[in-house]
Design a protein around this ligand. Structure first.
Ligand SMILES: *Cc1c(COP(=O)(O)O)cnc(C)c1O
Length: 414
């Protein structure tokens, strides 16, 4: 284990030894002095404009022919992207479908995986789940004619603790649970859940398991296929850098392909080879693409392509996770140096229980402190009532920035 030091020289040494240092130049760095908000919106890859321009140019020059013209045709545009995503989430390409946006995909997959019955109708979620997920789940419960108060169950932190214990999650899964729907990393606390253990426990009780990986994809190692997760949804605009409101994707485990699960159809869920025969009944595609409904939005896929091209250049993903542990570890070390009377880090301290983000609970004058940070050109975010979320991204942030951030934080407390 490396011995951290609070000095600019030390931070610069870590930057010099950083095998990912070259990635920063692949992004446009915004006007802030320090950008630690990649957990909310990842930075723009420099090739995003080129890729979008390429689509515009084809449209300009050949119109509808663009759908089938050449190797970069719009019709098969997402094929390579699916491969890139599959590597990042630990899936087979046919288990990945690029479509819609996150909450929409959550609804569509709940159609297939939330099938409540009178003695098994509960959904188990974590305390402080992202609001959109809560809204989606509550509306699904009501849609099926059940009562949210009875059918939505939260696992809560123990008194005096901020994060959940795996044993408490597993303990809460019983035969009344139809679906366990957890995030991979909780957006507020930054806690990474043991998805493999949760999946195993849920399946042992006959429940389906889905994960919202908005904060986990491109942040922590994932092996969705091997863990036997039933389905997962995420957005690509956070750690994957696909741009504001960029197109999302989802994972559906192979084991579920032949189960004839109910789902909502549209022509893009049909087999590509036969979809233009325009037959009255769908000839469904086998695989996750069977869940797709509409024509894919090629302009959005173009900026996703730019984002994934950067990830493709990172042949050894473990380098990303190693740098992440160091960056976040260094940040944690420096914040602790500032003293426990001002800040409490509520994110777990174990590397395998968190990703890039540290959630810092401010103990006094939190909002004022946050505003001072913003005034000083530091982009981080605030979550009521007292949390500052800070997420240095290994692809484009530096140890020097982590050091500078802590210095600014130290001054701001004064
Ligand atoms: C960011 C985020 C969302 C956003 O959902 P959209 O449908 O893309 O607006 C949903 N859930 C979680 C857990 C998130 O972190």
């Amino acid at each position: 284990m490396i011995e951290f030091e609070r000095s600019l020289e030390f931070a610069k040494e870590l930057d010099l030894a950083d095998p990912l240092a070259k990635f920063r130049a692949m992004f446009h760095y915004p006007n802030s002095i320090i950008y630690f908000c990649g957990n909310s919106l990842g930075l723009q890859p420099k090739t995003a404009r080129t890729e979008i321009d390429r689509i515009l140019k084809t449209w300009e020059e050949i119109g509808v022919e663009g759908w089938f013209h050449g190797s970069k045709n719009w019709f098969s545009y997402s094929d390579d992207l699916v491969n890139s995503l599959a590597r990042i989430i630990g899936a087979h390409p046919e288990e990945v479908s690029i479509m819609n946006s996150l909450t929409v995909n959550l609804h569509l997959l709940l159609v297939s995986f939330y099938r409540p019955t009178s003695d098994r109708h509960r959904i188990l979620i974590e305390e402080h789940a992202f609001p959109s997920d809560q809204y989606a789940l509550k509306s699904q419960i009501r849609f099926h004619g059940y009562d949210v108060n009875d059918s939505l169950l939260e696992v809560k932190a123990r008194a005096g603790e901020h994060t959940l214990r795996t044993e408490d999650i597993i303990e809460a899964i019983d035969e009344s649970i139809a679906l366990v729907l957890f995030s991979g990393i909780n957006y507020l606390t930054g806690q990474a859940f043991d998805m493999e253990a949760i999946t195993k426990a849920a399946h042992a009780k006959g429940a389906a398991v889905g994960f919202d990986l908005a904060h986990a994809v491109g942040n922590i190692p994932l092996e969705l296929h091997d863990w036997n997760v039933d389905f997962a949804v995420w957005c690509n605009y956070k750690y994957l850098n696909a741009g504001p409101g960029g197109i999302s994707a989802c994972f559906i485990h192979k084991n579920n392909f032949e189960k004839d699960l109910p789902r909502f159809d549209g022509w893009w869920g049909g087999e590509r080879e036969t979809m233009f025969l325009m037959e009255p009944n769908i000839n469904p595609a086998l695989g996750a693409s069977g869940w797709q409904i509409s024509t894919h939005p090629v302009l959005l896929l173009a900026s996703l392509k730019a984002a994934l091209d950067v990830w493709d250049k990172l042949e050894d993903l473990s380098l990303f996770y190693k740098k992440r542990d160091l960056l976040t570890g260094y940040l944690e070390f420096l914040i602790k140096e500032l003293g426990p009377e001002n800040y409490e880090i509520i994110t777990p301290s174990k590397a395998n229980e968190r990703g890039c983000q540290l959630s810092i609970r401010t103990l006094k004058n939190g909002k004022k402190l946050f505003n001072t940070l913003i005034d000083r050109g530091v982009t981080v975010d605030w979550r009521e009532p007292d949390i500052i979320r800070v997420a240095p991204n290994p692809l484009y942030n530096t140890f020097e920035e982590v050091f500078l951030f802590a210095e600014i934080l130290a001054e701001a407390v004064q």
